[in-house]
Ligand binder design. Structure first.
Ligand SMILES: [Fe+2]
Ligand SMILES: [Fe+2]
Length: 403
């Protein structure tokens, strides 16, 4: 090919590229104009509200849930192309609160029984408590550490995402006034949650083993550790006095083991329950991506709780039964049945299916608040804290998909 021909072809090629670039720029411009117009229409069609978390007096909370429009630019230039509805924001804000609460309780477990490092700083560990946790699995400290880090990442991400969308994040710092454990190894700082007076619902154990029942169809389930579901028990040593005798501190470690499963099965249900009322595809993606990590935690804890030694706490009288022996044992209690048994779903006419349960969406957020309250986590918390939590849950439960 002659050099003249090459120059001619090169020139044609440049002209073609210029034309293509110009066309692409025109298309981008039209697309931006279209997006701006769409955002404008959407803004006027819906009232995009954000709520302001008013921390402080109850009167401030009840009257201070201020509503402000999410700026159109926040949606047009944010990571979401279609904007958030009021319901999307309410669901994310409730989940942020739930994740802050989870982080607070996991942090307390990590300080005494996990691994204290730069990923999850704070505390210096309780050697005796840790040793008894290790009876459930030799990797318990690592798992506690990783679960804690995950929860911190959940609320930190949701918080950042809410901000990116022009919505207010949730801040519960004002309510961090519950006492820390006095046991050696715990930080002496204010807490949101109380791990020293728990009433642990252990019916998740039998719920996930049932092949014929589902809480969404009105069924109820037996307790794996009946004693834990009545009375109040510590899941961390309250002071160094709790470190002996041996079966007492083991009962505390066992309580933690069953509490881990209780907390994470709750998260496993909460995300799919709320996802059913999300509108924005990106918010749905967030819920569908975080939710299964809760189930990953739950699966781990389900396995470990089964290794809790059977014993009677000499101080409290709390009994951890042998779940593999009569009157326990069998399909409902056997400790190696850790995967969700197939069960009825939606309607008893369908064949059994292995599923998360419950996933009923009606009242899911309020149900979660009730479960955490009944658990004793908020014993000592202020009425304002509970009012705020209930308010966030009610707003999340009021979300309507597509509205
Ligand atoms: Fe979480
Ligand atoms: Fe969790």
């Amino acid at each position: 090919m002659s050099s003249a021909t090459i120059r001619e072809r090169s020139s044609k090629s440049n002209k073609l590229q210029q034309a293509q670039r110009a066309q692409a720029e025109r298309k981008d411009q039209r697309s931006m104009e279209h997006e701006a117009q769409r955002a404008k229409r959407t803004t006027s069609r819906r009232s995009f509200l954000r709520t302001s978390v008013a921390v402080g007096a109850a009167t401030t909370i009840s009257s201070g849930l201020l509503t402000t429009a999410v700026p159109a630019f926040a949606r047009a230039s944010g990571t979401s192309s279609s904007g958030l509805t009021k319901g999307d924001v309410a669901i994310l804000r409730f989940l942020a609160a739930a994740e802050i609460i989870e982080s607070d309780l996991w942090q307390q477990y990590n300080e005494l029984g996990g691994i204290q490092d730069k990923e999850v700083p704070g505390g210096s560990g309780s050697a005796i408590y840790t040793r008894h946790l290790l009876k459930l699995d030799t990797d318990m400290s690592q798992y506690i550490h990783d679960n804690t880090e995950d929860e911190i990442s959940h609320f930190t991400f949701i918080d950042a995402y809410l901000k990116s969308q022009g919505a207010d994040p949730v801040n519960l710092d004002h309510f961090r006034h519950l006492p820390s454990s006095k046991a050696t190894g715990a930080q002496q700082i204010g807490r949101l949650t109380n791990l020293m007076q728990l009433t642990v619902d252990t019916s998740w154990w039998t719920r996930y083993r049932s092949r014929t029942e589902n809480p969404d169809l009105g069924d109820t389930f037996a307790q794996a550790v009946p004693g834990l579901s009545k009375g109040q028990f510590p899941a961390i040593p309250r002071s160094d006095d709790d470190l002996e005798p041996r079966d007492h501190i083991q009962a505390i470690a066992n309580t933690a083991g069953f509490h881990f499963g209780f907390i994470e099965q709750g998260g496993s249900s909460l995300y799919p329950s709320l996802a059913q009322r999300v509108t924005n595809p990106e918010v749905l993606r967030i819920l569908l991506s975080i939710g299964p990590t809760e189930t990953s935690h739950f699966q781990t804890w389900h396995d470990k709780a089964g290794n809790a030694p059977s014993l009677t706490d000499p101080k409290s009288g709390l009994v951890f039964p042998n779940l593999n022996a009569a009157p326990f044992g069998g399909q409902d209690f056997q400790t190696n049945l850790i995967m969700p048994e197939p069960t009825v779903f939606l309607n008893r006419k369908f064949p059994p299916v292995s599923i998360i349960r419950p996933t009923q969406t009606e009242g899911a957020a309020m149900g979660a608040v009730k479960a955490l309250t009944d658990d004793g986590l908020f014993i000592g918390q202020s009425p304002e804290f509970l009012a705020l939590l209930n308010d966030l849950a009610q707003q999340a439960d009021a979300a309507v998909r597509g509205a």
